[in-house]
Design a protein around this ligand. Structure first.
Ligand code: ADP
Ligand code: GLC
Length: 509
């Protein structure tokens, strides 16, 4: 039996309660897989309005009162749909009960009080971790995710009875940076304001709280674990990550095949598998109908799904559009929301290529399933991609990924070369440089194979469909990571020392 039996999993988004990207998927399916391994894993999430709307029947688990100001705060308890995993919702209406998403208002501007919102979340994570939330429960390991939870490890560093702490980096590109005045106004221990702690070139960096003070660092692919120790991907944090590289591991995300599998996905038109690949065409036809694309089984349908932001290389795709769609045998479908400029350019392009290109600017979970089932190719030209889930989903659906060879995309897609095609290890197409020309060249390679040989294309599809990225495998690696975190905790994390050296470091005790 593991000594680390109880885990508190802290995240700012959890599917199906609230989702803006892959973190939400991870925060749902990874706890489920860990639960299956026998862990007593519980999740903590802010009680945003959209979450409250879904859990009307939530019972009030505890009237835990946060010291001093926040007397209206409660901790609500519910369960993760489809499981009996306990979810604690931090119910502080003035901070979280608002329209919009976890980070932005309906005007798509970051909430001006995000520092306070997530500082408070961090404080609540600390209280639960120390069994000071009236729950009569404390974790052996605290598993934090991304900057929104970064304050908790920093605060806990001073607490003798703290759990071991694992901090998971889903992306380094969002760090929770705020000016010094914000740090001051949050009334945090002044010892945290040093470059060895949470100060980052004159700003307060929430993510540094996790990177400096966690006992174990995990990121979501082995390649990204290496990349973030370099200036190109490290955002200035590469030195710190190099320093802590003995504590840093890459663990690939997974797929919950109960929900993402063309054999039984209830959201798609027709089920299919290796032995009846022809049925995939029915999904393609119905997708073409749904999106107003010309119905033609012979054209190659490309799909691109995701947040429309720089990271995802949307500009590369836009730059390559004319080159791509000159070929009338190519169709393109895009689903996503994000940068208003990209949204507009995509809409305009779809207007210019009516019948050949379709764009849906919305968040639509079931359309994402139908696109992944109906398309021939999934395009992911990301400049960087810590792991990426969409390519993992599309592999299972025989939708061949064309990806930039970065992070988790490089780790999960095997480029189609003569050798890899011959030995049936190829699963997609990679391009090495995030540029329009390299993207077009990779798409061309795919189109050439698709057009030249149905058999070879189907062989490529089948190799992808047989890949197994189940969450159980990742969960097993997290189990080991929890043990590492515990060992480091027992041996004494050097960061405890770093904080104690800071002036007035004991304020929060
Ligand atoms: P990231 O977390 O960087 O956004 P991932 O590939 O890890 O990228 O995860 C994205 C997740 O969000 C996938 O589950 C994908 O299907 C989903 N997704 C992104 N945008 C949309 C959208 N507009 N509609 C439906 N699902 C979306
Ligand atoms: C981030 C990354 C993405 C990863 C996801 C879940 O949003 O951009 O690559 O798959 O987190 O870990």
């Amino acid at each position: 039996m593991d000594v680390n039996r109880s885990i508190l999993f802290a995240a700012s988004e959890v599917y199906p309660f609230v989702k803006t990207g892959g973190l939400a998927d991870v925060a749902c399916y990874l706890p489920m897989a860990l639960h299956d391994l026998g862990f007593d894993i519980r999740i903590v999430l802010p009680a945003y309005r959209c979450v409250l709307d879904q859990v009307k029947k939530t019972r009030n688990a505890t009237g835990f009162q946060v010291p001093e100001t926040r007397d209206r705060t409660k901790l609500l308890q519910t369960t993760l749909p489809g499981s009996d995993i306990i979810v604690y919702l931090v119910d502080a209406p003035d901070l979280y009960d608002r329209p919009g998403d976890p980070y932005q208002g309906p005007d798509r501007m970051d909430w001006p009080d995000n520092a306070g919102r997530f500082a408070f979340f961090g404080q609540m994570i600390r209280q639960i971790s120390l069994n000071k939330a009236g729950l009569n429960w404390a974790p052996d390991v605290l598993h934090c995710n991304d900057w929104h939870t970064g304050l908790a490890p920093a605060l806990l560093a001073q607490d003798a009875g703290r759990p071991a702490i694992l901090f998971a980096i889903h992306t380094l590109s969002y760090q929770g940076l705020f000016p010094r005045q914000t740090f001051t106004s949050l009334d945090l221990p002044s010892g945290l304001w040093t470059p060895e702690a949470m100060e980052f070139y004159g700003n307060m960096s929430f993510i540094k709280g996790g990177l400096v003070y966690a006992d174990k660092l995990v990121t979501v692919s082995p390649r990204y674990a290496k990349e973030i120790t370099t200036p190109e991907f490290g955002y200035g944090l590469e030195g710190l990550l190099q320093h802590r590289s003995d504590r840093l591991t890459g663990i690939l995300n997974g797929v919950d095949y109960r929900f993402w599998d063309p054999r039984h996905d209830p959201l798609i038109e027709r089920h299919y598998w290796l032995d009846n690949l022809g049925a995939k065409k029915i999904n393609k036809k119905s997708l073409q109908q749904e999106l107003g694309l010309r119905e033609n089984g012979k054209v190659i349908l490309l799909a691109c799904i995701g947040r429309l932001i720089d990271q995802k290389g949307i500009d590369l795709m836009l730059a390559g559009l004319t080159g791509l769609l000159q070929n009338e045998n190519i169709q393109l479908a895009v689903l996503g929301t994000g940068n208003a400029g990209y949204e507009q350019s995509l809409r305009t392009a779809a207007g210019n290529f009516a019948g050949q290109m379709a764009v849906r600017i919305e968040y639509n979970e079931s359309l994402a399933h139908r696109m992944i089932a109906g398309a021939d190719i999934l395009l992911m030209p990301s400049r960087f991609e810590p792991c990426g889930l969409t390519q993992l989903y599309s592999l299972r659906y025989g939708t061949v990924p064309v990806v930039c060879a970065t992070g988790g995309l490089a780790d999960t897609v095997v480029d189609a070369t003569d050798t890899s095609m011959q030995n049936h290890t190829a699963t997609g197409f990679q391009f090495v440089n995030a540029s329009r020309d390299h993207l077009l060249a990779a798409v061309n390679r795919a189109v050439t194979l698709f057009t030249a040989s149905k058999d070879r294309w189907r062989s490529l599809m089948r190799s992808g469909m047989k890949q197994d990225f189940c969450w159980a495998r990742s969960a097993e690696q997290y189990r080991i990571a929890y043990m590492d975190a515990s060992d480091v905790r027992t041996a004494g994390n050097h960061a405890d020392f770093a904080l104690k050296k800071g002036k007035n470091g004991g304020k929060n005790q």
